[in-house]
Design a protein around this ligand. Structure first.
Ligand code: FES
Length: 522
């Protein structure tokens, strides 16, 4: 079965963009928000409703970055089990974590209702299921743990999937929506009365102070408070050691007429796990299936992950065709819960990151907590998400495992030879590290045969990027920064683009006689 050539999410394909202007001059607002995804747009909405002026500064297009590539499971079930949350955060902490996710779901439902947002929002049950009978005792223990912190979960053998399962934990009153149909109306309601949404406006520096100054390529924004809502925080190197970036893969599939995509949210107990939902479109219902995660920049054959996902789907559903394929960046926190709050020692810069696989829920929660902190309101959940926390018992294993990548790749990748010594080794659609004039160069040859060449040295902390053959991007194995074929930043923490080496590569790609002449002329 054929996979689509290009990577485009169902949400991007079925909800058109609305253009917002780029920043063209210096402005001043109460709160500047860096990032126009769910965290930034929700915070802007809450703060503007509270009477403050806001400016959302988005480097690309709003709701088209990580928030445009989610699968939008709206669930109070955290990626880390309740058993582990209780062990690591105590019963009170776990109860607060569960309550905060429920509050975020209610916040989304409230916006949908109050603003009349037509975004296919619907309440659905959620099922963590297993195909392995040996997992059932673990489910029983998890149900007991959930009950002890007031979360209603039932153990059921009635799982509405078309293949055999051993049972599931069922969470009622969860939800799903079309993320862009939710976020674009929120964005459209922000501009006016001294508030703004700017696109194509990359913040390259934040100067903390009273007021704070945000430096962009086209103007300065002055603000009393700043929210960094960029998924990966670019302004806090300590926080970067407590999170790790992963890629997750998604297919949207047409099923044969004899089968309807199941209603509900589903995820299994595999490592890495698979997740399932459905979505109605003008072309009929689609099964949306994700999984096959790996650490960003550490998989050579990313296209193979889509094939593995398709194999998983085909062995369990009656798959007719693949409508869309895409991959997404997921940020895992080392102790299982996101980091949200004041970026101390700053008194005015607020951060959030580490949403795991529930970015829509935690992104909304981050906006609620940070906007309350800015407004001086008490938020019942701010303590457990404190970005300065370090819980050795909960995080030491993952902390060491995730942080070994930086020194390891920094040293070992530089000692490796280039993947090719000649540009003629590079087929159309291929990207490789090629040695050009004694220097390693990241070169991609597009489908027209044109070369795109950049330095492979990541502008964050200097690791070497590798080619992602599914997305045609350059991904860094150390902290997950990603760059397009011409070096533009797609995912942080890197801020600056990869240095262009196009001219050098194009010259070397000429027939040998012409290349020699051009090089000789200097
Ligand atoms: Fe940190 Fe590349 S993302 S070195």
């Amino acid at each position: 079965m054929k996979l689509p050539n290009s990577s485009k999410s169902l949400w991007i394909a079925t909800e058109k963009s609305r253009a917002f202007p780029a920043l063209k001059s210096d402005i001043s607002v109460d709160v500047a928000i860096v990032g126009g995804g769910i965290t930034g747009l929700t915070a802007a909405t809450l703060l503007k409703r509270a009477g403050l002026s806001v400016a959302v500064l988005e480097a690309g297009r709003v709701a088209a970055g990580v928030s445009g590539y989610t699968t939008a499971h709206l669930t109070e079930a955290t990626d880390r089990s309740y058993l582990d949350l209780i062990k690591d955060f105590g019963e009170d902490g776990a109860r607060l974590a569960a309550g905060s996710c429920r509050a975020a779901l209610l916040r989304i439902a409230g916006f949908v209702r109050d603003e009349g947002i037509d975004c296919d929002f619907m309440k659905v049950p959620a099922f963590q299921y297993t195909e392995d009978p040996e997992m059932i005792p673990m489910f029983e223990a998890e149900r007991t743990a959930a009950a002890s912190i007031g979360v209603k979960v039932t153990l059921t053998h009635n799982v509405p999937l078309p293949f055999a399962t051993a049972g599931a934990l069922r969470f009622d009153n969860q939800a799903q929506f079309h993320p862009r149909r939710y976020l674009v109306p929120l964005a459209l309601a922000i501009p006016g009365e001294g508030s703004y949404v700017f696109e194509q406006t990359r913040v390259v520096d934040i100067e903390d102070g009273e007021p704070c100054r945000l430096v962009t390529e086209t103007g300065i924004v002055t603000a009393r408070d700043v929210i960094v809502a960029t998924h990966a925080p670019f302004n806090n190197v300590v926080l970067q050691t407590k999170i790790a970036s992963y890629r997750s893969y998604v297919l949207a599939l047409h099923l044969n007429e004899n089968q309807t995509p199941p209603a509900g949210l589903f995820w299994d107990t595999e490592t890495p796990y698979h997740y399932i939902r459905s979505q109605v479109t003008d072309d009929g219902p689609l099964l949306v299936l994700g999984g096959c995660d790996h650490k960003t920049g550490q998989e050579k054959d990313t296209l193979g992950r889509f094939q593995a996902l398709l194999d998983f789907a085909s062995s369990r559903f009656s798959v007719k065709s693949v409508a869309y394929r895409w991959s997404a960046q997921v940020i895992e926190p080392v102790d299982g819960l996101p980091f949200i709050g004041l970026d101390t020692p700053s008194r005015h810069v607020y951060v959030s990151s580490g949403y795991s696989g529930t970015g829509m829920t935690f992104g909304t929660l981050a906006a609620m907590i940070n906007s309350d902190l800015i407004l001086g309101r008490k938020n019942p959940y701010d303590n457990i998400y404190d970005p300065g926390r370090f819980k050795p018992k909960a995080s030491i294993v993952d902390f060491v495992k995730e942080n070994v990548d930086f020194p390891l790749h920094l040293v070992t990748d530089r000692m490796k030879g280039a993947e090719a010594t000649s540009l003629s080794d590079l087929a159309k659609g291929e990207g490789k590290i090629v040695e050009i004039a004694g220097e390693k160069t990241a070169v991609f040859r597009d489908e027209r045969g044109l070369l795109h060449a950049v330095s492979p040295v990541c502008t964050h902390l200097g690791c070497l990027v590798g080619f992602n053959n599914a997305e045609k991007t350059w991904d860094c194995p150390c902290h997950g920064s990603r760059f397009d074929k011409d070096g533009k930043v797609l995912n942080g923490p890197a801020l600056a683009p990869l240095e262009s080496r196009r001219d050098e590569a194009v010259i070397r790609d000429q027939p040998p006689r012409i290349a020699r002449q051009v090089v000789a002329k200097g």
